[in-house]
Write a protein that binds this ligand. Structure first.
Ligand code: AMP
Ligand code: MG
Length: 400
């Protein structure tokens, strides 16, 4: 029978049992690495930028030369040359000199500031008038201001985004070490299920969970291995689990997790491995199983697609991230309820919402239809001991 525990306790058990599991690393081309997780921290081995660069079109100066200058008493400097893009100037700037530098060009040695061309007047014969003092370092970036040798650029476990790819490209990297993608098996079970593409006969329903879990895995950078629908027969399910685990790191089985006569999963997981959790005090999602078979995680997700979706977010996703040394950063936002929400089930409850600005409207999902999740763009949790929330109350919404 169920020994129902809280969602927080279930998460703690997952961390405790699987928290030290890590995927192995592989090398990938930088251009293909967005969305992947870094397997080793990235440390700079050079100065970026490699030389002092201007951020404006204008004149490199020695800031001291402009001290006290004004409209009535301009500083007059002699143009000593021009910086060309892609080349280092060989001239060293001396007091009384200025040097033209375009945006992104290298400053000559000796210069310590840039003045925008708009604020400089050409007096002819190579003489230029400056009417405003400039602070050292103005309108330029110093060598190594972005990165210095030895400075950490990205930590191990960082999920790479396009800006990270750009940063790594600026360091000259073409290949990097990332965690391998986890292979995750998906099995839907139930006599009533038929795959999409086959005509429904009365009494049957379409398998929602296989494609949905596959999409959720894709979103977390895991590789899904889908399998044929398994009927409510213990021997067939046993074989399907064994076959799936011959290639998968993790297995997600939906349906048949309860204690009904045709619910085979609890018995099979106990037979092939060990049940760690059976029953979570949350709505929806109560008949959830967490187990292990040959030290690999196996999840028995509720057949109800809304519950399966939610339990994936709450339990599976954080585990997938931790396999790559990463944390799920939940994006939460506060909003006010437009309607009261009752809740008196004696368990924690997930409420789907449609949030617009700082207003959140609950999306009823009583029937477990997945289209209700499509209508929502977030959810929040009502604690177990709370008997609902009033209209206008503020809630912490987790974005979907
Ligand atoms: P179960 O967890 O097997 O008791 O199923 C709970 C509810 O979810 C039942 O109404 C099932 O018909 C439904 N269900 C189970 N598996 C799926 C699936 N893969 N896709 C859509 N609905 C499902
Ligand atoms: Mg079933």
């Amino acid at each position: 029978m169920f020994k129902v525990i809280s969602l927080t306790e279930a998460k703690a058990i997952i961390r405790d049992q699987f928290g030290s599991l890590r995927l192995s690393a592989e090398t990938t081309e930088l251009k293909d690495a967005s969305g992947r997780f870094l397997a080793a921290e990235i440390v700079s081995d050079e100065f970026i930028p490699a030389f002092d660069r201007s951020t404006v079109d204008g004149y490199a100066v020695i800031s001291r030369d402009l001290r006290g200058c004004s409209d009535s008493i301009p500083s007059i400097l002699l143009k000593a040359g021009e910086s060309l893009m892609g080349e280092m100037p060989t001239h060293t700037l001396k007091p009384g000199e200025c040097f033209y530098v375009p945006t992104g060009g290298a400053l000559p040695a000796g210069a310590d500031a840039m003045v925008m061309i708009e604020f400089v007047e050409d007096f002819g014969s190579g003489e230029f008038a400056f009417v405003k003092p400039v602070a050292p370092g103005a309108n330029m970036i110093f060598q190594g201001e972005d990165l210095q040798p030895g400075s950490q650029i990205l930590p191990r476990g960082k999920r790479l985004n396009p800006a990270d790819i750009g940063t790594l490209a600026s360091m000259g990297l073409t290949e990097i070490e990332v965690f391998k993608q986890p292979e995750v098996g998906i099995i839907s079970t139930g006599d009533e299920l038929v795959p999409a593409g086959i005509k429904l006969v009365p009494g049957k329903i379409r398998d929602v969970n296989t494609p949905m879990l596959s999409a959720l895995l894709q979103e977390t950078c895991a590789v899904s291995q889908t399998h044929e629908i398994v009927p409510d027969q213990r021997d067939i399910l046993r074989k399907a689990i064994q076959k799936a685990f011959s290639t998968a790191d993790i297995l997600l089985i939906s349906g048949g997790t309860s204690v009904g006569e045709h619910d085979n999963l609890p018995v099979l997981i106990e037979e092939l491995g060990q049940i760690l959790v059976h029953g979570i005090a949350i709505k929806p999602g109560k008949p959830t199983i967490i187990g292990k078979i040959d030290d690999k995680p196996v999840f028995g997700l509720p057949g109800n697609p809304v519950a399966a979706f939610f339990m994936f977010h709450a339990l599976v996703k954080p585990l997938l991230f931790s396999l790559s040394n990463s944390n799920v950063a939940l994006q939460t936002v506060r909003a006010n309820l437009t309607r009261a929400v009752p809740s008196n089930h004696g368990r924690e409850e997930m409420i789907l919402v449609r949030r617009e600005g700082d207003q959140a409207t609950p999306v009823p999902s009583k029937s477990g239809l997945i289209s209700t999740v499509s209508k929502a763009n977030g959810y929040f949790l009502i604690p177990r001991e709370k008997e609902g929330l009033a209209a206008g109350e503020q809630v912490n919404i987790i974005r979907l």
